[in-house]
Design a binder for this molecule. Structure first.
Ligand code: KIV
Length: 278
């Protein structure tokens, strides 16, 4: 088995020429599959709310839901680093509560690190978490928990002024102690500049090819989530139609009596039909 990835390993990838791969996971079997495929980081994203729990946004996702799924992912993970997403409202409210919540991801759910959204406004929280021993991944650009304030699910950092703000946020997160940074839905050229300007790895999603790594929501890249697919997603598999075909075949075979066949049926030497006459 490959050796366990550490936060230090991920940080040291910066400038090594070896890109970082990250995918989301929400349960143990998928975590196991992704881990066995050699993924560096499993992110228990709060995208959980939309792709698993059927919610319309990530806003209602709770700490208990995140811990429940993060615990399962940690059980399934082998060498991959497991990062738990801090849900909306679990940070930025009270620094002591932030630290308590961050510690729960490590102590109760077995995660190696947490991720939270935002720039300079979350830096006090990042510092407090890191001081308490909780490694932190930042998240800039389109931050789904506050997408309403950003005018919806739109590309961020398109103007020079917005790019300058995003770069200042990235530098502030590095200075606060974040070990890596997700850049979501920002122009490729801006992501390239931010990646060159900071000393921690950037992991892009809809941020072009120049980041130090890439992340996708697994359910999107496997074609498992049909409600919508963001334009930046590449589907490496489209599995939903195959699932529907398999289920339709199951129903047909139940009706036609093809399933279960003798090989799916337990036998015995007894002829129980005599029981009918008793
Ligand atoms: O919640 C999530 O899945 C994420 C990724 C999109 C980076 O934050």
């Amino acid at each position: 088995m490959a050796t366990k990835q550490t936060v230090k390993d991920i940080r040291q990838r910066k400038g090594s020429g070896q890109k970082i791969s990250m995918l989301t996971a929400y349960d143990a079997p998928m975590a196991m599959l992704l881990d066995q495929s050699g993924i560096d980081i499993l992110l228990v994203g709060d995208s959980l709310g939309m792709v698993v729990l059927g919610l319309d946004s990530t806003v209602p996702v709770t700490m208990d839901q995140m811990l429940h799924h993060a615990t399962a992912v940690s059980r399934g993970a082998g060498s991959a680093l497991v990062v738990g997403d801090m849900p909306f409202g679990s940070y930025l409210v009270d620094p002591r509560e932030t630290v308590r919540n961050g510690l729960r991801f490590l102590k109760e759910a077995g995660c190696d690190a947490v991720k939270l959204e935002g720039g300079r406004k979350v830096c006090d929280d990042v510092r407090a978490l890191v001081r308490a021993g909780v490694p932190v991944m930042g998240h800039l650009g389109l931050t789904p928990q506050t997408a309403g304030q950003l005018g919806g699910f739109k590309v961020q950092g398109k103007s020079m002024a917005a790019g300058r703000r995003l770069l200042a946020d990235a530098r502030a997160l590095e200075e606060a102690g974040a070990f890596a940074l997700v850049l979501e839905c920002v122009p490729g050229r801006l992501a390239e500049v931010v990646t060159r300007a900071i000393n921690i790895p950037t992991i892009g999603i809809g941020a072009g090819p120049h980041c130090d790594g890439q992340v996708l929501v697994t359910n999107d890249m496997l074609g498992l989530f049909e409600r919508f697919t963001p334009g930046f997603v590449k589907q490496y598999l489209v599995i939903a139609p195959q699932i529907k075909e398999a289920v339709a075949a199951f129903q047909d075979e139940i009706n036609s009596g093809v399933f279960p066949a003798p090989e799916h049926t337990f036998g015995t030497d007894e002829d129980f039909s005599t029981l009918l006459g008793e």
